[in-house]
Write a protein that binds this ligand. Structure first.
Ligand SMILES: Cc1cc2nc3c(=O)[nH]c(=O)nc-3n(C[C@H](O)[C@H](O)[C@H](O)COP(=O)(O)O)c2cc1C
Length: 307
């Protein structure tokens, strides 16, 4: 019997749908058992978010400060053959609930020397969150053997609008009737996800994970887009600085830092709005001017080791 643990967090269920679609090929296997463990913060994060709460969550997310979680149904005595970690990037970092689990003693015991597969369902920016995930897994002495991503494939500025309507207003249909629906496309869940699952199943059964990520990539599990890679690079440098700037004024939800939080809430979307077209042009030129460098970067983000 091969035992699989799926540890995840989701607010609106998007990631849950992605996980279930991916793991469908494992579900009916007589020799595979899957345990789903939904992480529950003791103080739940709201959905939809208020404008202030959403941006007030930024500093602690970027700084990796954990929150309190409800006890899980698994204990350190449970043994698993494969652990799947499902998470959303929040502000180019691992979302607080999943990051909090990774910092727990339970994670230390459960995940040591275990093969881990990450499954991400997000807007479109997951590279730097996954980089933080890689570091956490290294600390836990876990082996990251696979990464599967689901993104909103709309143009970056379109999904910027629709994700803000989705998280701040709870809009789960076509915003204003003209924007596309936010999120991972149903067709990706129906067509691509089971292919990823079939690859997972094959390697789970053999216990040999060599060649798994290239096989996943070949069926579309990871696509690194040059414009988003360059955009994230800017954010990854600026975010820790701004997170410190806000948290110097006070801790989470403190009134003293509200002005800085609100300014950030205007600066961030504005910066994306201004930088997006510039970076898109740069990302078209970069492969022409620096073809080797760009290929090397894209290859780096498509695999599971740290530089
Ligand atoms: C606080 C917060 C920050 C987010 N930051 C990012 C981000 O940096 N990159 C990204 O691609 N999506 C980001 N998203 C979107 C989420 O990845 C995800 O699409 C959304 O939360 C819905 O997923 P869920 O229903 O599974 O929770 C963010 C969402 C929230 C709530």
């Amino acid at each position: 019997m091969k035992r699989v643990l799926v540890i995840y967090y989701t607010q609106t269920g998007q990631l849950n749908r992605a996980l279930r679609a991916t793991l469908a090929p494992l579900e009916n296997q007589p020799d595979v058992s899957i345990h789903y463990e939904l992480l529950k913060p003791t103080t739940p994060f709201p959905y939809p978010w208020s404008y202030v709460k959403f941006f007030d969550t930024f500093p602690e997310t970027v700084q990796g400060i954990p929150c309190q979680l409800e006890p899980t149904t698994i204990t350190e005595n449970n043994e698993f053959d494969m652990i799947i970690v499902g998470y959303q990037p929040w502000f180019l970092s691992v979302c607080i609930p999943v990051n909090s689990f990774l910092k727990s003693d339970l994670a230390k015991k459960l995940m040591k020397n275990k093969p881990v597969v990450t499954v991400i369902a997000c807007r479109n920016m997951w590279l730097n969150a996954q980089e933080k995930m890689k570091r956490q897994l290294l600390e836990l002495k876990a082996n990251l053997v696979g990464n599967i991503t689901f993104v909103d494939k709309a143009a970056n500025l379109v999904s910027l609008v629709t994700v803000l309507a989705f998280v701040l207003k709870g809009v789960q249909t076509k915003y204003l009737g003209i924007f596309p629906k936010y999120g991972v496309a149903e067709t990706d869940l129906q067509n691509a996800a089971p292919k990823y699952g079939a690859t997972l199943l094959k390697h789970l059964k053999s216990g040999d994970y060599n060649g798994m990520q290239p096989a996943l990539n070949a069926s579309g599990a990871v696509t690194v887009k040059a414009n988003l890679m360059l955009m994230e690079g800017r954010g990854a440098v600026m975010f820790p600085l701004y997170a410190n700037y806000i948290s110097k004024k006070g801790s989470a939800a403190s009134k003293d830092r509200q002005t800085r939080v609100k300014v950030f809430g205007i600066v961030l979307p504005t910066a994306i709005l201004i930088l997006s077209p510039i970076i898109t042009v740069a990302s078209r030129l970069a492969p022409l001017l620096l073809p080797k460098r760009m290929k090397k970067e894209i290859d780096y983000w498509s695999q599971n080791t740290l530089r």
